[in-house]
Design a protein around this ligand. Sequence first.
Ligand SMILES: Cc1cc2nc3c(=O)[nH]c(=O)nc-3n(C[C@H](O)[C@H](O)[C@H](O)COP(=O)(O)OP(=O)(O)OC[C@H]3O[C@@H](n4cnc5c(N)ncnc54)[C@H](O)[C@@H]3O)c2cc1C
Length: 386
Amino acid sequence: MTDFLSTGTLPEEYRDLALTVRDFARSVVAPVAAEHDANHTFPYEVVAGMADMGLFGLPFPEEYGGMGGDYFALCLALEELGKVDQSVAITLEAGVSLGAMPIYRFGNDKQKQEWLPQLTSGRNLAAFGLTEPGAGSDAGGTRTTAVADGGEWIINGSKQFITNSGTDITKLVTVTAVTGNTGGKKEISTILVPTDTPGFVAEPAYNKVGWNASDTHPLSFTDVRVPEENLLGERGRGYANFLRILDEGRIAIAALAVGAAQGCVDESVRYAKEREAFGQAIVRNQAISFKIARMEARAHAARTAYYDAAALMLAGKSFKKQASIAKLVASEAAMDNARDATQIFGGYGFMNEYAVARHYRDSKILEIGEGTTEVQLMLIGRELGL
Ligand SMILES: Cc1cc2nc3c(=O)[nH]c(=O)nc-3n(C[C@H](O)[C@H](O)[C@H](O)COP(=O)(O)OP(=O)(O)OC[C@H]3O[C@@H](n4cnc5c(N)ncnc54)[C@H](O)[C@@H]3O)c2cc1C
């Protein structure tokens, strides 16, 4: 099988990184993926392995304990992990692009010195608290409040569906909160909340359709007091700053989704050659080989879309539209490929211990998280002036 990394199109350092992560994904992640999925357990040992490899520090400078790489390097790692276990891939994605990145992008020196080394090392995790029971796609509908009082913020409210927010190594949640009202318009700011602050509670984990080994909780804040200097970035810029983080995050989610789409192709090629029906391998039927060819085309097209968005981002150019396109086509490719792979596996495809069954359950959220399909269409339309 021709593999994209063997085409020689990527510079050597990127290719070597992707191959190293591929090896880790196959030898360390894949063997325990079905078990963590079945037991709904957070894969601490896998996360420790990723931390040892420096994956949580990939796009950050060495002065903050990072690897001095870039966002594209992170995407390549996510693609390789996404092939075998989306839960592990989203744990890394959320830890880096939603957990540590807001502090790197918008934090002051003190905040960066305090938080980044522990996050880039992967010893600890930070979560990104934007979504609320009444504010998802319309994140401006935030109701959580933060009131300035005697040098402190007093935070009250709730967040929901927050990734990496309740693990034993989660030390911080970055939350958006309403800090005022100017001319009838909400002022939304971002505040750092250490998870050991009294009044902060990570409620029991959700029972999800997929991403079972990824940690997701509702959060509640009752008179949570943090120092005034825990404001991240400028007061009133919280919503805008989080939108920038989501633009970048869409490229990372697209990379993860391409991994899922490609993982389904790889599994299907192997299985269709082995499985026999009517006296021959099922791949001998064009109905099957055409299905796999189409799956490969979807994965490849989606890969070029995220490479394009990442290239624009790294070049300092506008990448909003391309990030949304990449997220849109990659999440649909993952879902479509997972459905086709399950069909190719027949009854076995419906058995949870098979990787394609996990992709079938896991891929749906790719069309919902970090901006739904409809939100991507809205953003693309807006960029076209519609
Ligand atoms: C497993 C998981 C992990 C998550 N992790 C995080 C996290 O770490 N941090 C975080 O902040 N959030 C997180 N989320 C939340 C996620 O980003 C939201 O669920 C998502 O943005 C959608 O918001 P919603 O669920 O409120 O749906 P809604 O916004 O209520 O949307 C419902 C439906 O209406 C559609 N819709 C809404 N508005 C429009 C419109 N104008 N036009 C057309 N259609 C529209 C949507 O596309 C969707 O189909 C996570 C969610 C899940 C399930």
